[in-house]
Design a protein around this ligand. Structure first.
Ligand SMILES: [Zn+2]
Length: 338
């Protein structure tokens, strides 16, 4: 890592201070013998400083991050940038082309970092990304959405036990910070373990752009860059109404098959015993009511109305010590006990 260097190059292309370059990074080849190339925009401030990556669509159908990266490239005055920003709107090209989460052979790219030079197809792509981009950086941000059929509250995930990760996560400005290092092979876990603190932003749903989420994401990324001395703005940081670090999160699942009538949405505060929704049979009669088995904040919901035993209904982050803080800040729009 040579973050303060005046020289930066990618794919053999040098980018000088004050320059912005669009570069293709070859990571694989297609069945048509053509190159699979990842579009990378390298933005260098006039002054040297830290180097950071912002990745989107590592899961090829989680495209909202591509819109956040586009705004980062085009809606932002590059003269205010210090250091080097490596912006990648579409990391998983094969998945993006197929509107799928996966690379070819159903491999999840976000399970193969830091990669293997002569490994399988996913390991090779991961290795290229890790050596050509991630290892040149001081920190990184990985933009995701909920998986297919689900909708997420904007929140940040990362290993909050690590002060440098926590600093990035807090600056992003989300209300909920989920303290999860990530599974082995995930980018945030492997980059952080390699000394490059990395956070993951989760928001929205697959296959869609939400302007609201794009703006929240853009602001979050800029606040992280500002915190790290890479971005100068006269604007005050936007402080969320509350900010809690949650350790445990779990999916509450259907016990019955049928048609779901969901009564909650992302961001709702639920207490043990609260009604989450009902499962109906095809005649429209209630088969069962689903109630929360814990107290916490809803960070994800299913968007699919059909259930069988085991279908994930809501993803809830448990609140314990921080419950009163959340209750206080939600006061005024406090929900009635159902
Ligand atoms: Zn994802």
């Amino acid at each position: 890592m040579d973050s303060s260097s005046t020289i930066f190059s990618l794919s053999g292309i040098r980018v000088a201070l004050g320059e912005t370059r669009e570069i293709y990074l070859k990571v694989s080849e297609s069945f048509l013998s053509s190159a699979i190339q990842i579009p990378v925009t390298v933005i260098r401030g006039v002054k040297p400083g830290p180097t950071a990556f912002v990745f989107a669509a590592i899961h090829g159908d989680e495209i909202n991050g591509a819109d956040i990266v586009r705004r980062l490239i085009f809606d932002v005055d590059h003269e205010r940038l210090v250091g080097t920003l490596i912006a990648v709107p579409v990391v998983n090209i094969a998945g993006f082309l197929n509107q799928s989460r996966y690379l070819l052979y159903h491999r999840d790219l976000n399970r193969f970092f830091p990669g293997v030079k002569h490994g399988n197809n996913a390991e090779r792509v991961a290795h290229k990304l890790f050596t050509e981009i991630v290892q040149k950086c001081d920190f990184g941000i990985d933009l995701h959405t909920a998986a297919s059929g689900r909708l997420n509250l904007p929140h940040v995930r990362g290993d909050m036990g690590q002060p440098r990760v926590r600093k990035l996560a807090r600056a992003f400005g989300a209300t909920v910070l989920v303290d999860q290092a990530g599974v082995r092979g995930s980018l945030r876990r492997e980059a952080t373990d390699a000394g490059i603190p990395t956070i993951l932003f989760e928001a929205g749903e697959t296959g869609r752009f939400s302007q609201k989420i794009s703006l929240v994401g853009l602001r979050g990324v800029l606040q992280v860059l500002a915190e790290m001395g890479m971005w100068h703005s006269d604007e005050e940081f936007v402080r969320p109404p509350f900010q809690v670090i949650v350790k445990g999160s779990e999916w509450l699942r259907a016990e019955k098959g049928g048609i779901l009538d969901l009564a909650v949405k992302p961001g709702d505060l639920l207490y043990t015993g609260d009604l989450i929704g009902s499962i109906l049979n095809p005649f429209g009669k209630t088969v069962t009511q689903i109630r929360s088995t814990c107290t916490g904040i809803v960070i994800g919901v299913t968007t699919a109305p059909l259930t069988i035993p085991g279908t994930g209904i809501i993803h809830i982050a448990r609140l314990k010590k921080t419950l009163s803080l959340v209750e206080r800040s939600l006061k005024g729009k406090k929900r009635k006990k159902k």
